[in-house]
Design a protein around this ligand. Structure first.
Ligand code: NDP
Ligand code: 2IT
Length: 455
């Protein structure tokens, strides 16, 4: 098959491809969802580029290069032996070493890590930096664990993982449940096991090779991306009411940037529910949230005890009227009904800080309403982009200034926005950023794979 495909043929190929992926990955709902979302945009794009069909590029991209699964054995504070499962999904290293975070959460399974590693491949390509895609993690639940238990777990995790990573091979970072504390323990153990001080992890402390702005980059980047999408419509974040979900790294730094750009964030959440603060979450309140979550590791409901805000147990914030929405907690946190409520209540923009937070039919609602929808692989790429810059600084054994990195982050998000416009603008001039990000991320990886031949 090396002719230009008709629309009928294209949908037949897409159907066949999707069935094949489902057959090979039975029950892996998140992975199938992520691959389908991409394939839906790529098949029409490659209809007149038969070489991508002939060389089975998307088929190869959706089969990870390798997956490492291992046992993690550690001892809790009471001397009990605990067993968890660890993973590293090395999805694709066509344009650089595998790169992507590590997630510690009780829900972690192969489907979730495969979807994240697949998405990461496209996201990293969009940054323009030489990074392949990977993701790892464990079903370890950090909630309620002491500092020394977390340290022993991280050491046990790295004792196996260190065989499979390296500064030119695979460079992990943080994700849900893995922040500055865990990266410190993981890096310390890597250094102990290998006797090497190298840039094998990103998100490190500033004292040991970390980069300015890495902590803030994902949340800041998601808000910059929103500002760029609105700028394209002669609008801005300034003056807008924003709902934000989550209360971790991405959510808190999104709120920080919303405040800096003149918006008002009125919600935050965790897995117990959300708080609604009509007056806005200002800098002082945000400092309280960071201390609550990072130091005391408490619940967001405590915010409503301290400030004039309401707490809504077991609910997410999407039914609160807003101009802009920033999902920054986890995958599939916006359902179709939530998307309908957002649009009905006047929401004009969604920028995804979390990975794949909107369900497939929710995305369709946003696209049909023609609101500014920034999909995760574009909107939250600021984090991994600054990770890429941390790798460069480590290789060169230098540190760039905060001002320089702020500028590079903003430029990167602008460039990703531009790429999405190039590939995603439709005949009525509406920009489908989902399509733009999928195609924009695909092209560089695909062309590298073509150059390598059949490998
Ligand atoms: P954190 O661990 O710092 O915070 C996660 C937040 O999300 C917490 O408030 C947590 O609540 C909430 N949350 C997690 N799982 C669920 C769930 N199943 N249901 C409801 N709430 C949940 O993680 P990050 O802020 O780093 O990550 C948030 C999202 O951003 C993830 O999707 C991640 O993949 C994505 N991301 C992160 C990047 C980074 O640089 N850190 C980069 C790009 C994307 P609770 O404490 O109750 O669990
Ligand atoms: O999903 C993501 O992009 C991350 N968790 C960050 C990955 C990284 O390597 O910085």
């Amino acid at each position: 098959m090396s002719k230009i495909a008709t629309p009928e043929k294209t949908s037949e190929y897409l159907q066949r491809f999707v069935e094949g992926v489902e057959r090979r990955n039975p029950g892996e709902l998140e992975f199938n969802q992520a691959v389908f979302e991409v394939a839906h945009d790529i098949f029409p794009y490659i209809a007149d580029k038969p070489v991508y069909h002939d060389r089975q590029i998307l088929e190869r991209m959706s089969e990870p290069d390798r997956i490492i699964i291992f046992r993690i054995c550690w001892e809790d504070d009471d001397g009990n032996i605990r067993v968890n499962r660890g993973y590293r999904v090395q999805n694709n290293n066509s344009i650089g070493p595998y790169k992507g975070g590590i997630r510690f959460h009780k829900s972690v399974n192969l489907s979730i890590l495969k979807f994240l590693a697949f998405e990461q491949t496209f996201k990293n390509s969009l940054t323009g930096l030489p990074m392949g895609g990977g993701k790892g993690g464990s079903d370890f639940n950090p909630k309620g664990k002491t500092d020394s238990e977390v340290m022993r777990f991280c050491q046990a995790f790295m004792t196996e993982l260190h065989h499979h990573i390296g500064p030119n091979m695979d460079v992990p970072a943080g994700d849900i449940g893995v922040g500055a504390r865990e990266i410190g323990y993981l890096f310390g153990q890597y250094k102990r096991l290998t006797n090497q001080f190298v840039g094998v992890l990103t998100g490190k402390g500033l004292e040991f090779g970390g980069s300015e702005i890495r902590t803030e980059a994902t949340g800041y980047g998601a808000v910059y991306f929103m500002d760029s999408m609105l700028g394209f419509r002669n609008d801005a974040v300034d003056g807008k009411t924003c709902v934000v979900s989550g209360s971790g790294n991405v959510a808190t730094h999104a709120v920080e940037k919303i405040n800096q750009l003149g918006g008002t964030a009125v919600t935050l959440s965790d897995s117990s529910g959300f708080i609604h603060d009509r007056a806005g979450i200002d800098e002082e309140k945000l400092a309280y949230v960071k201390e609550l979550k990072e130091v005391r590791r408490g619940r967001i409901s405590e915010y409503a005890d301290k400030y004039d805000a309401t707490f809504h147990a077991g609910k997410s914030p999407w039914h609160v009227p807003c101009d802009l929405a920033f999902p920054c907690a986890t995958q599939n946190e916006i359902s179709k009904a939530d998307a309908v409520a957002l649009v009905k209540n006047g929401c004009i923009g969604v920028s995804e800080g979390a990975n794949m937070p909107t369900e497939q039919d929710g995305i369709q609602i946003f696209l049909d309403a023609k609101i500014a929808f920034g999909p995760s692989k574009a909107a939250n790429a600021g984090g991994v982009a600054v990770s890429g810059l941390e790798m460069s600084q480590n290789s060169a054994r230098i540190s760039w200034s905060e001002d320089e990195l702020q500028r590079l982050l903003k430029d990167t998000m602008d460039n990703i926005h531009e790429k999405c416009v190039t590939y995603g603008q439709e005949s009525d001039s509406y920009v489908n950023f989902m399509k733009g990000a999928n195609i924009g991320g695909f092209v560089k990886v695909a062309d590298a794979m073509l150059a390598y031949g059949v490998v």
